[in-house]
Each structure stands twice: as structure tokens, then as C-alpha cells.
Design a protein around this ligand. Structure first.
Ligand SMILES: Nc1ncnc2c1ncn2[C@@H]1O[C@H](COP(=O)(O)OP(=O)(O)O)[C@@H](O)[C@H]1O
Ligand SMILES: [Mg+2]
Length: 388
């Protein structure tokens, strides 16, 4: 086998499975080091296709596509969990460095296995039970073993709230999703927080400041994100320590985004994790000493991790496709938003807009978080992504 060149040698090949917005922003960060990022996804028209010429068209869920793509690389990472891990296991056997490891990906991409992992490692999480299908859930309800309110989550392939169903009473049992699932106690949530941890191969860890998420009630996905979170320094410390504990338990190399619930009694529970750059870290591009994307590169290439200190408070707004609009995307109100001090727009370049599709994000930085929030609401009202 040829010796692996140093990561910043011109021959070094770093690859990523997935060429969506996360792949694009990773490629932009790699560009600062003049590091080519090799991307596998189904179309060069996807967001990352615009910013890296090293784009292979293929399916990251297909064994052969992943295997052939991986064979040419020195290090391989991901921007989405739902990839073909069989091919990754084979590539790993053949000596390819893969972060996060395929074994950990297998656990994380199955929400049921993820929850069992927390239980085994004494990581606080909402109580749960696993079921083979929705019929088994109905039976457990009729036997009185479980009763609404509870939350159902499909074990695989859910994201942005699509695999989650809140069953608040007996009538809403109609809304049970098909397939293998977990049923979780409904948590009385005070705040939803996220902490991104980075860990390199030497085991150095670093956490970004906790962020607070505000959800769009219609779409069940994050609409606003505030950094810093409005929590006490003690809770901040606890949240960062818990997130680090989870990253160490998974033996992660790269980033691990840890979604947390703060319940009404002040307890922190781990909701779920993502072993990659995450929506809850987008603000770091504009508001922290090191962005989550550069940090992921540092971690997977085993460089010293960068400082995660905040340069200024910030609010991140997901720019979602307007309800009722599907088709070629048109951006309204861009100029008005760009004229506001501290507004940074990040557009992903997705050709087609759909209701609530993540089309971009805006980060608003301001010395004063309250001022940033006002500006963020202004951006949210002004910028419309429609189809004409
Ligand atoms: N046990 C729970 N109790 C209350 N709300 C929950 C619970 N689980 C999930 N939710 C709500 O649903 C959202 C999406 O659930 P999550 O498991 O994070 O799925 P996704 O993969 O779609 O992000 C959470 O951010 C939270 O608002
Ligand atoms: Mg989530």
C-alpha cells in the first residue's frame, strides 16, 4: 500500500459522502487550506457541485458506488448518516481511514440502537421501548402497557421531524407511523439545546458553546437558533460535559452534535446525536473563532482543534421554502436583508424550492443578542423563497 501523504500535500485525498449544503460548506472550509474535497452524491447540480470540481455522481446508499469512490481516498467522512455502511466496513478492512467509524454510524443511524447505547452507557435520555411495527404499539396501548401522551420515532431514515409523531391522546393513535419504531416518554421541555463537540484521533476534545433552538411548529424543524443559550454558567458547563461524555462513549473522531432537552425540572437529557457538521453549528462560520466545518476538518485530519470561543452573540435563521410554493426558487427581499448590519446570508443553491425545504440560512451577529433576535425576525419576515 502506498504511504498516506500528509493532509496538506497536493496528492492528499479527503472525501465526503453527500453533496448537500453541509458538503458544500465543508468544501468551502477545505478551500481555505487549498485542500480538494472529493464528493459523492447523485448530481453535480447539488449544492457542493458548485464549489468543488472533484464531484463523483453516484448514490451514497449503493455499495458499489461508495466502495469505488472510497478506494481512491486517504480519509473519508460523511455529511449524512444514511449511507451504505457495508461498503464502509469493507473499505475500513482494506485500510481506509473513515471518520466517524462505520460501526458507530450503524448505531447512530438507527434511533433504536442509539437509545440502547445511551442506556448501556448510563447517559441520561427519555425512557423508551422498542417495537417491531405500529401494530405492536397499538397492542401495547390496548393492554395498558403504555398510554398517550408519548412520542413515536421510526428507527431509521427520519430527519427534520419526518420520522417523529407525537401521540398526545387515544385519537391521535391514527397518526402512528408504519415500521420499526421506538416509543418515548413525552418530555416536558423547558428548552431545546445543542452542543457540538469535536474530537480528533489523539483524543483532544473541544466543545462549542451551547445553543438554544426554537422550532417552527408547522414544520417541526429549527427556525431560530440562539447563541449563547439563555442558561446559567453551571448548566452550560453541565451541557458541555454531558456532550463530551457522549462523544467519548462513542469514541468519535470528527464532530458530534448532541441535541439535548432541558426539562421543566432542570434535568438534561440526550435526545439524539449526529456525527457530522450540524444545522445547530451554522452560526459558527460567522460568530466563532473556528467554524464547525473547519473544526470537523481539523478533527478528521488529526490536527490541533481550533478555539471555539464566540466572537459575538448570534442568531441563526433557517431560510425555508415558503408554504404553497414548489418549483424553481426565487429569492425576494434579499437586498433589504443584506442592508441590515451583521446579517450574513448563506444560500445553498438548491434549484427547486418546496414548502419548508432548507434553502439557506442567515446568521445575524450583534454585540447584543436581543438586537440580533430583532434583526433575525426582520430577516424571517422579509426574505421569502418562492416559486414564480
Ligand atoms: N420525547 C420527546 N418529548 C417531547 N418532544 C420530543 C421528544 N422527542 C422529540 N421531540 C420533539 O421532536 C423534535 C424532533 O425529534 P428528533 O428525535 O430530534 O428527530 P429529528 O431526527 O427529526 O430531528 C425534537 O427536536 C423535539 O422538539
Ligand atoms: Mg433532532
Amino acid at each position: 500500500m502506498k504511504p498516506t501523504p500528509s493532509p496538506l500535500h497536493p496528492d492528499f485525498k479527503l472525501g465526503v459522502l453527500g453533496g448537500g449544503q453541509l458538503g458544500k460548506m465543508l468544501a468551502l472550509a477545505a478551500g481555505n487550506w487549498h485542500l480538494p474535497l472529493y464528493v459523492l452524491d447523485s448530481s453535480k447540480d447539488f449544492p457542493a457541485g458548485r464549489v468543488t470540481p472533484f464531484f463523483t455522481e453516484g448514490n451514497f446508499k449503493d455499495y458499489d458506488d461508495v466502495y469505488q469512490f472510497g478506494r481512491q481516498l486517504d480519509v473519508l467522512t460523511i455529511e449524512i448518516e444514511h449511507v451504505n455502511t457495508e461498503a464502509l466496513h469493507q473499505l475500513e478492512k482494506e485500510g481506509l481511514t473513515i471518520h466517524p467509524s462505520p460501526a458507530k454510524l450503524d448505531i447512530i443511524k438507527d434511533k433504536g440502537a442509539q437509545k440502547l447505547f445511551y442506556k448501556e452507557h448510563n447517559i441520561p435520555t427519555a425512557p423508551f421501548r422498542l417495537f417491531d411495527d405500529e401494530q405492536a404499539v397499538r397492542e401495547a396501548v390496548s393492554k395498558g402497557e403504555i398510554k398517550p401522551p408519548f412520542v413515536q420515532k421510526t428507527r431509521t431514515a427520519g430527519y427534520d421531524g419526518r420520522g417523529v409523531s407525537v401521540i398526545s391522546d387515544m385519537e391521535s393513535l391514527e397518526g402512528l407511523l408504519p415500521g420499526a419504531c421506538l416509543i418515548e416518554e413525552q418530555v416536558e421541555i423547558e428548552k431545546e439545546l445543542a452542543v457540538i463537540v469535536a474530537r480528533n484521533a489523539d483524543g483532544q476534545t473541544q466543545t462549542f458553546p451551547a445553543v438554544e433552538m426554537e422550532f417552527n411548529p408547522d414544520a417541526n424543524l429549527v427556525e431560530f437558533l440562539f447563541c449563547p443559550a439563555a442558561i446559567t454558567p453551571e448548566l452550560e458547563e453541565k451541557a458541555e460535559a454531558l456532550a463530551t461524555e457522549v462523544a467519548v462513549a462513542f469514541d468519535i473522531c470528527g464532530l458530534l452534535a448532541v441535541e439535548l432537552f432541558l426539562d421543566k425540572e432542570g434535568r438534561l437529557l440526550v435526545n439524539e446525536v449526529a456525527p457530522r457538521p450540524h444545522n445547530s453549528g451554522h452560526h459558527t462560520i460567522d460568530s466563532c473563532y473556528t467554524s464547525q466545518f473547519e473544526q470537523h476538518l481539523r478533527a478528521v485530519l488529526n490536527f490541533p482543534l481550533g478555539s471555539t470561543r464566540m466572537k459575538a452573540p448570534s442568531v441563526m435563521v433557517n431560510l425555508l421554502g415558503a408554504d404553497g410554493h414548489t418549483g424553481p426558487a426565487v429569492y425576494e427581499g434579499l437586498e433589504e436583508c443584506l442592508a441590515i448590519e451583521g446579517v450574513h446570508l448563506h444560500l445553498y443553491g438548491k434549484a427547486i424550492t418546496k414548502p419548508f425545504r432548507k434553502m439557506g440560512h442567515a446568521t445575524i451577529v450583534d454585540e447584543n443578542l436581543e438586537t440580533a433576535k430583532k434583526k433575525a425576525r426582520k430577516v424571517r419576515e422579509t426574505l421569502k423563497i418562492v416559486s414564480r
